[in-house]
Design a protein around this ligand. Structure first.
Ligand code: NOJ
Ligand code: CA
Length: 562
């Protein structure tokens, strides 16, 4: 690798040109990326060993889901020690090696920060359990007396996002039932009390710990949830509310005004460091206009555009969300982000073709109606990605989408591990179907994920032809499409460009120009004949006779005669 590629923290970028404004950020789900020691769970040395493939793909940065010390009740989103690596994933030294190796390849590294809740195995929670009501130890979490004559009812009616009540009653050291503690997620994930000064100070220390090690930023888990309405009022979400939030009238545990002061505080800490370190918020709020509040100039740098992720494959819906995103984010001086898949939602090679609802966070199983044929689903997914990567701003990719992986909807029940599956007694499948370990080589054990053939979730046999080793040899593979798009995007600087709609291509078609590239996405329209005088730079699926059928997106460039 050349030195000019190296990530350089010392040279400040000109204001407005910070790397994260246009970056393509690849999400690694560590337990499913690559397993170096054969125990069937991906780990940090596994990531390091596969970094060349990410450099070849052409990404700017990677975000790692949590690898910190954790009992893994929610796949690491239950942290017991924020400043150490879980032995399952390696050591702090392995982390430093991985970070160095990524930086040498010009890839920045973002780590996941989980500030809404810890694991129940965190020292602070264990101390809280051993301490009396009203103690300093309990004040770091949200403990309350129960309702009812003997405190036998939870303090309010809140439900956990994973199903079941959001409160669990503790047994006091003397064996008597005691207070209740709040957990918006699993009962093993107690919520911190963010009014507590010790909690605030501890997270400043955690930020500095990772910044000092050289990370380029943080993805902030449940960034809309840290502060709760102090009255803890009863609340019943509307029946069709998305699980992670995003209602018109927010729940009393989401979108409370107090969260913004926390991010201003963190912004100041990041600004003490060189290298444009960045915060990206996971804020499931009801509109991009509201999301923009999270990225005002002194708060976070980016926030995931979940409205874009939630949009159907529909021309009007996509046009509307693209327009509103660009307006809302540029209104506060932030880039828009774009995202189609992550570790919490049904993979977009399946999701965009489902005929019914979008089961965000709830997952799909074998009986889910309208699961598309693989060829149809991936064709649409490629068109959607080719559209997304042409948009100005920063894009997030989720590991495996570059292989066109679809959702593994047919996992056997006994293999499933998401707490959602257990907490709802199998009524909601949860998110395991998008978390299945990656296929690297078609004929190796566990498709090259693990040399022993172990894999914490079973990989479907039908993935053999999707293995990276196979796709690398096929010019028209999904992998090569991603590589080509990322290279062209970089050359034309599409991430920093401006979008201008082109109205000439009829209904069901989205067309726009960005930085000299004409993008035509046929969502649901009649066949489009490409205009003369343009060369095709990229096409999501090979086309014939310069005709773009539905579910195909092309990038074109005007031919200039010098
Ligand atoms: C959002 C994360 O993306 C998800 O995987 C996790 O279960 C919840 N937050 C709780 O931390
Ligand atoms: Ca391992």
């Amino acid at each position: 690798m050349t030195l000019e590629h190296d990530v350089d923290h010392a040279t400040p970028a000109a204001a407005g040109y910070e790397w994260w404004r246009s970056a393509v950020i690849y999400q690694i789900y560590p337990r499913s990326f690559a397993d170096s020691n054969g125990d069937g769970i991906g780990d940090l040395p596994g990531i390091t060993s596969r970094l060349d493939s990410l450099a070849e793909l052409g990404i700017d940065a990677m975000w790692l889901s949590p690898f910190m010390t954790s009992p893994q009740k929610d796949a690491g989103y239950d942290v017991a020690d924020y400043c150490d690596v879980d032995p399952l994933f390696g050591t702090l030294e392995d982390f430093d090696d991985m970070l160095r190796a990524a930086h040498e390849r010009g890839i920045r590294v973002i780590v996941d920060l989980v500030p809404n809740h810890s694991s129940d195995q965190h020292l602070w929670f264990q101390q809280a359990l051993a301490s009396a009501p009203g103690s300093r130890e309990r004040a770091r979490y949200i403990f309350r007396d129960g309702r009812g004559e003997n405190g036998e009812l939870p303090p309010n009616n809140w439900q956990s996002i994973f199903g079941g009540p959001a409160w669990t009653r503790v047994t006091d050291p003397d064996g008597v039932p005691g207070q209740w503690y709040l957990h918006l997620f699993d009962s093993s994930q107690p919520d911190f009390d963010w009014d507590n000064e010790e909690v605030k100070e501890e997270f400043r220390r955690i930020l500095r710990f990772w910044l000092d090690r050289g990370v380029d930023g943080f993805r902030v888990d449940v960034a809309h949830g840290l502060v709760k309405d102090p009255q803890l009022p009863d609340y019943t979400p509307s029946p069709d509310a998305a699980s992670m939030g995003g209602e018109e009238t927010p729940a009393p545990y989401f979108e409370q005004a107090g969260v913004h002061e926390i991010y201003r505080d963190w912004h100041r800490i990041l600004s003490e460091y060189d290298g444009d370190r960045a915060l990206c918020g996971e804020a499931w709020v009801s509109s991009v206009e509201k999301m923009a509040l999270w990225v005002r100039p002194d708060e976070m740098h980016q926030t995931f555009n979940f409205d874009y992720l939630m949009a159907s494959w529909d021309e009007a819906e996509l046009r509307d969300i693209i327009d509103r995103s660009l307006a809302a984010f540029s209104g506060v001086g932030a880039p828009s982000t774009w995202v189609l898949s992550n570790h919490d939602v049904v993979r977009h090679a399946t999701r965009l073709s489902l005929t019914g609802e979008n089961p965000q966070g709830t997952g799909i199983g074998p009986d889910f109606p309208g699961i598309p044929k693989y060829e149809d689903g991936v064709r649409r997914a490629r068109a959607a990605t080719t559209l997304m990567l042409a948009l100005p701003g920063s894009s997030y990719l989720y590991q495996g989408e570059e292989l066109g992986l679809d959702e593994v909807h047919d996992l056997p029940g006994e293999a499933r591990q998401d707490p959602t599956w257990f907490r709802t007694q199998g009524e909601r499948y949860g998110r395991d179907g998008c978390r299945v370990p990656l296929p690297w080589e078609d004929s190796a054990p566990a498709f090259g994920f693990s040399h022993t053939g172990e894999s914490w979730l079973p990989q479907p046999k039908r993935w053999a032809p999707l293995a990276r080793s196979v796709q690398a040899q096929q010019p028209a593979s999904t992998l090569n499409l991603y590589r080509q798009l990322l290279q062209l995007r970089r050359e034309a600087d599409l991430g920093s460009g401006t979008l201008e709609w082109v109205p000439d291509f009829g209904s069901g078609v989205l067309a726009f120009k960005n930085s000299g590239v004409l993008v035509v996405a046929n969502i649901s329209g009649a066949d489009v004949t490409l205009p003369d005088g343009h060369e095709v730079l990229a096409t999501s699926t090979p086309i014939e006779n310069r005709t773009v059928p539905r579910d195909v997106t092309v990038w074109l460039k005007e031919i200039t005669h010098e």
